[in-house]
Design a protein around this ligand. Structure first.
Ligand code: DC
Length: 234
């Protein structure tokens, strides 16, 4: 079977990370959470009180060593050898990450790394611009969406599970603001990529989302094998 690239984009709380991780597990692929990379840059910049300029933020992004490791408990995010898996989910990072990720030099540095990570296929990558910019030729592109209310409840549950105390109104504000910022920025805004399959996850379980994506991957593989077989006769 061909080692393909599966690109999963969508707004915050649409279910990208959990779904992408499970799809990768089922296929024996590598899962790459690109949001975690933008979060790591934001964390480093906040800690160093880096000025909010394209150049300064671009330097942070270009010099930071970010490693995504798969562990039995999920994905570990290592930043300059420090485990920042929890720290990158803090309210402070979440409140600044959209602004940081809109800087063109930050995107340039991270997109370059993401392309290197996916050079040989066999990956499931999630984010905002994977199917549109990072891998516009990905074999399977998914655009995950869900009702705002549903996304707020999901994020609230995640925050509670992490022991955070945040009100529903604050989560809603964060999600709505982040969606608006991520969709309206001039550099690689969140869009449904050409050829992406839109899946509304509002009433779907994670298992159902995973199965839908696996079916699309399977359809691609079958089509590819038929087309390749024909190619041999021409
Ligand atoms: O998926 P997430 O919530 O962890 O992403 C955090 C932020 O990073 C999100 O608000 C926008 C940005 N991001 C991006 O601009 N491009 C990506 N490919 C992934 C995330």
């Amino acid at each position: 079977m061909k080692s393909i690239t599966i690109a999963i984009d969508g707004p915050a709380g649409a279910g990208k990370s959990t779904t992408a991780r499970r799809v990768a597990e089922r296929l024996g692929y590598v899962y790459i959470d690109t949001g975690a990379m933008y979060r790591a840059v934001t964390l480093a910049a906040l800690r160093a009180s880096t000025p909010m300029t394209n150049e300064a933020m671009g330097d942070v992004a270009a010099s930071l060593d970010i490693v995504l490791e798969t562990s039995s408990g999920g994905q570990l995010v290592m930043m300059n050898s420090e485990d920042v898996t929890s720290a990158i989910r803090s309210a402070d990072v979440t409140g600044h990450v959209s602004q940081v990720s809109a800087f063109p030099l930050v995107r340039r540095a991270l997109v370059q790394r993401q392309r290197m990570l996916g050079l040989h296929g066999g990956i499931v990558m999630d984010g905002r611009d994977i199917g549109s910019v990072v891998f516009p030729h990905a074999e399977v592109k998914i655009y995950l969406i869900a009702d705002t209310n549903e996304r707020v409840q999901r994020r609230l549950k995640e925050a509670t599970a992490r022991g955070e105390h945040i009100s529903e109104d604050d989560v809603r504000r964060q999600i709505v603001d982040r969606d608006a910022y991520d969709s309206s920025r001039s550099e690689s805004p969140l869009v449904k990529a050409d050829g992406a399959h839109e899946i509304d996850t509002t009433d779907l379980t994670i298992d159902q989302q995973v199965e839908k994506i696996l079916e699309l991957a399977d359809t691609y593989q079958k089509t590819y094998s038929i087309v390749s077989a024909f190619g041999n006769f021409i």
